[in-house]
Design a protein around this ligand. Structure first.
Ligand SMILES: [Zn+2]
Length: 57
């Protein structure tokens, strides 16, 4: 648990990757989800790692 929410990514802070929480703003959050190419509803515990985050931009 506590790892990245992106598909095929298992990065986590335990291996030195920085993880970002999904924004509270609904529009920004939706954009992140779309960028993940994965249909899911992030929970307050969902995070995206720095690698997936930069890929999805
Ligand atoms: Zn990731």
């Amino acid at each position: 648990m506590g790892g990245c929410s992106a598909p095929n990514c298992s990065n986590s802070s335990s291996i030195g990757k920085q993880l970002f929480r999904f924004p509270k703003d609904p529009l920004r959050k939706k954009k992140w989800v779309m960028n993940c190419r994965r249909d899911f509803e992030p929970t307050p515990h969902s995070r995206l790692c720095q690698v997936s985050f930069s890929i999805t931009k």
